[in-house]
Design a protein around this ligand. Sequence first.
Ligand code: FAD
Length: 301
Amino acid sequence: YLKEKVTFRFECPVAHLCSDGKGENAVELESGERIAAEYLVVAPGRAGAEWFSNECDRLGLEQENNRVDVGVRVEVPDEVWNDITSQVYEAKLVYRTKRYGDFVRTFCMNPHGHVVMENTDGIVTVNGHSYSDPKLQSRNTNFALLVSNHFTEPFKEPHQYGKRIASFSNMLGGGIIVQRYGDLIKGRRTNAHRMAKSFTRPTLAATPGDLSLILPKRHLDNIIEMIQQLNYVAPGMTNDDTLLYGVEVKFYSSRVVLSKQLETKLPNVFAIGDGAGVTRGLSQAGASGVYVARTILSRLG
Ligand SMILES: Cc1cc2nc3c(=O)[nH]c(=O)nc-3n(C[C@H](O)[C@H](O)[C@H](O)COP(=O)(O)OP(=O)(O)OC[C@H]3O[C@@H](n4cnc5c(N)ncnc54)[C@H](O)[C@@H]3O)c2cc1C
């Protein structure tokens, strides 16, 4: 549909964005070619986030990055969430805790899934996925419970905050630590003996340990309160054998300061998608493109 109306150019990386600050814009390709454009929409994705951040610095565009989400990956038998996951596959639930007024959210729910390790710049964190092939599916459901952290002046390195919390679990457990909810509530470590008795069989061979030595009290209180509330939605969440793996961390790209129209302070230069820190998923990235296209159309009259 689009190929009759749009000229696509592949395999031609953009080296630089150019703007006279008055609405005349252009891109300079690595080949040296220059393409002028009245309207410029930058959508570099995560792979191009660092390049875009450097371009913003060069062009004097202010960026902000004040968020990191820290929490645990929860694993329970499929039956606990089956009423919901059999209908909608994934439940997106956000809860504001009574104790601190913080937001805790479920993220990345994997029915019949597996808990996995990932390595971010040398720091091991936990994640989860599931397979469409029934032969590879487990009998557990896993999902993240994340507490959002927004920092204000003078701290400007939320990445470091997330990494350092994760590094405690790496130091104490040699990677990921797993704890039974019942042990966490009773203030005791999960050891190999208690783990062996757990009815929920872990899908990741993590080190049994004590998450209260790793996560800040505020995060732990928030997560426990959320689990207690989730028990009303998915009875069984507060079983002693609910497994909690730490630490899960979600890092965010720096976000260039944008207007409500997703326009930079350079006229007619817009930034959309994950690489600009505007979105974190396919549908929102697509929607941010449609949104900017409508703004440009309205300016063209
Ligand atoms: C393994 C994996 C699984 C995912 N699963 C899901 C999922 O299930 N659901 C979901 O919603 N999202 C998922 N995502 C995220 C989703 O892919 C992104 O949110 C989405 O693609 C972002 O769209 P975008 O247009 O911002 O960036 P992208 O789709 O990344 O496109 C950006 C493009 O710009 C190019 N580019 C970058 N810099 C330059 C440059 N200097 N010059 C020229 N070109 C450049 C890049 O090569 C890339 O082709 C997943 C991502 C990954 C990696």
